[in-house]
Design a protein around this ligand. Structure first.
Ligand code: CAA
Length: 241
């Protein structure tokens, strides 16, 4: 069956790899992006995947965008909450703005994007919600009190919603990537990456976006109905839970 999938942050980084992988698996994919029109157009030209501009921090905009996607593609079967930002700073230097931006985009957006599709999934007795959390939500990270708090919150969201969705055929899972080769990780100072991060990754390298995309495809499959409330860790052995 051709499922309809929505991927937030779906035209760049890990999200772009997820959109492509789900398309390759036969899904009709809508990729949501925040503001980079040029990257979104290039992505659509390259992949044929339609992109939708939507600020995931605004509840009404999310509702309207999801309605538009349902008109275009059909009811949403798979939602991948992937959009995320970093505003790294040691806590003694962190501003309230840096805290709020990260919590709004990485945590509050889960409500904004998931609630509009939840009722339909319940009615149709099928759904797949996949949230891209982070290794740093599991272990904490200096310089990331905001990001780690949001990403740990995401895991609590997943475990709660998994219990609510289980009787309705909806699975809800988290994936916790480690350091993956995206612009977000490339922004980490080189010295910190080489001296503080890479030596702690047993496989000896950072990951590829496609390695996370394959985890998503696995959890999104119709055959994955027995896996819910789980946290799939993909971090090269950096942190084992
Ligand atoms: N792991 C371990 N130590 C770290 C660290 C890290 N990730 N980041 C910083 N440190 C250490 C530094 O090495 C430094 O230690 P020393 O004083 O002993 O050299 C100390 O913390 C202070 O760091 P800075 O001198 O760089 O302080 P700063 O105020 O200039 O900058 C910072 C602080 C903004 C946190 C900067 O260090 C930074 O960006 N660090 C990277 C933080 C990080 O890992 N972010 C992850 C981004 S990728 C992501 O989030 C995706 C994902 O899900 C994994």
């Amino acid at each position: 069956m051709s499922r309809v999938a929505v991927v937030t942050g779906g035209s760049r980084g890990i999200g772009a790899a997820i959109s492509k992988e789900l398309k390759a698996k036969g899904c009709k994919v809508a990729a949501i992006y925040a503001g980079n029109d040029a990257a979104a157009s290039a992505f659509t030209a390259e992949t044929g995947i339609k992109t939708y501009k939507c600020d995931v921090t605004h509840p009404q905009i999310c509702t309207v965008t999801l309605k538009e996607i349902e008109t275009d593609l059909g009811p949403v079967d798979i939602l991948v909450n992937n959009a995320g930002i970093t505003r790294d700073a040691m806590f003694h230097k962190m501003t309230l703005g840096q805290w709020q931006e990260v919590l709004n985009t990485n945590l509050n957006a889960l409500f904004n994007m998931t609630q509009p599709v939840w009722g339909g999934m319940r009615d149709r007795n099928f759904g797949r919600i996949i949230c891209i959390s982070s290794i740093n939500g599991q272990k904490g990270q200096m310089g990331q009190a905001n990001y780690a708090a949001a990403k740990a919150g995401e895991i609590g969201f997943v475990k709660s919603l998994a219990q609510e969705g289980a009787a309705k055929g909806i699975t809800v899972n988290a994936i916790c990537p480690g350091y993956i080769g995206t612009e977000m990780v490339k922004a980490v100072p080189e010295k910190v990456m080489n001296e503080r991060i890479l030596p702690h990754i047993p496989v000896g390298r950072i990951g590829e976006p496609e390695e996370i995309a394959r985890c998503v495809a696995f959890l999104a499959a119709d055959e994955a109905g027995f896996i819910t409330g789980s946290t799939l860790t993909a971090n090269g052995g950096q942190y084992m839970v």
